[in-house]
Write a protein that binds this ligand. Sequence first.
Ligand code: NAD
Length: 501
Amino acid sequence: MSSVVANGSSKSPKTHEIKFTKLFINGDFVDSISGNTFETINPTTEEVIAKVAEGRKEDVDLAVKAAREAFDNGPWPRLSGEARRNIMLRFADLIDENADKIATLEVMDGGKLFGASKYFEVPICSETFRYFAGASDKIRGATLKMSRNIQAYTLREPIGVVGHIIPWNVPAYTFATKVAPSLAAGCTMVIKPAEHTPLTALFLAHLSKLAGVPDGVINVVNGFGETAGAAISSHMDIDAVTFTGSTEVGRAVMKAAAESNLKPVSLELGGKSPFIVFDDADLDKAAELAVIGNLNNKGEMCVAGCRVFVQEGVHDVFVKKLEGMVKAWPIGDPFDLATRHGPQNNKQQYEKVLSCIENGKKEGATLVTGGKPFGEKGYYIEPTLFTNVTDDMSIANEEIFGPVISVFKFKTVEEVIKRANATKYGLASGIMTKNIDIANTVSRSIKAGAVWINCYLALDRDAPHGGYKMSGFGREQGLEALEHYLQLKTVATPIYDSPWL
Ligand code: NAD
């Protein structure tokens, strides 16, 4: 017996008419040039939800042309920051007004929980637009103290047409974290959602038009990575690319950018984050955070704290608590508000997670609970807990991106720092201790873009998010996110006509 079946009442809508399935180019929904479509599947029912226009290189070319025209000659980059801000604020309000519809699409297309989506992620999307709307009228340069009789200042100008390549685990959230700062900076863009979750971006593009974002500023080209995605990263007329996804594809995107027009790239990649529980930690809280940090969004989180290191003095007690919580994690219909655990996003991912679990068993980790598919239909996997995991096992090293928690035992602070850092990734980390010296030492020693002390998943629109090492580079969220969409120009002129310039 692994998890309990959710059995709560639900007033959620369960379905939403799919209105937008075409490409969104220059403010219109259009068929792909080839006329090809692809199916998008509901992971709860395994049924086809819709056939979506499949964009390829020629469609990306059209979208880039529209974005180029909107950037070179259109109003968006030339609007005052205040005017851009007001349109973005309207966009944010429309997102809130359509929270039911957006959340329903997220459930149907990606198996996300309706409650978490409507009450947590959709509000994060609208607030992200408001946060960056607030920045759009504050993008300033500096006055320079030149060494000669020249006055000079810097301008921070929008970089141009940007390409956004998006993964499937948090489609609306990733759309917001990329689109909001690039809009605030005055850029125009071509967005490629993941092929498993093409629908929310189209709906958000429709809302952007209602909000008054001019035609050509936001373009959405659904399609596959090797065709539509690759056409974006190698495009000669795209000025910068942001990519969120796997490390392997991130490398391909960077290579294509280098081999085309040397466009700057920002990469938000995979992770294998440590969550460290010291002997003095509040164990109830630590167990709860280990569960949330691994099982939320059915474990499909780049920042999952999936390597749970527990100090030997509390190891056994902690594992017992964790086991109880994992077994009690309610699995079921993602529209049911009592459910905490829905199906994996897609069949390919479902099979990958099951195969990682098999490897964990074969390599000798102790399977405490879970480890199997759940139910008759849908890509459900029981929340899974392994103990006695050692650093050499594949489940200790490979990103699983599913509901699998691995527990490791350690003795000393020095040892756990070394082991926590023994990974190619460096996205996030968690430390559970009441000892300020341990918290300070470990937080400064961990090679990761985020350290969460006595908390986990402390992501925020004001907190720069990004990786160390092979988790990528560049930051999303926070005012730092604007930097990728701006470039710096130095303007100089003589103060007066002087022979000493
Ligand atoms: P993925 O790398 O397979 O795909 C991501 C996107 O890239 C998709 O839109 C895909 O179509 C596109 N793509 C695929 N091949 C391409 C190519 N050759 N050129 C250009 N684009 C291409 O990743 P995924 O399976 O969709 O997402 C899961 C991964 O994303 C995990 O590794 C996860 O850790 C990572 N992720 C990271 C963050 C972060 O903030 N660091 C956030 C979410 C997900």
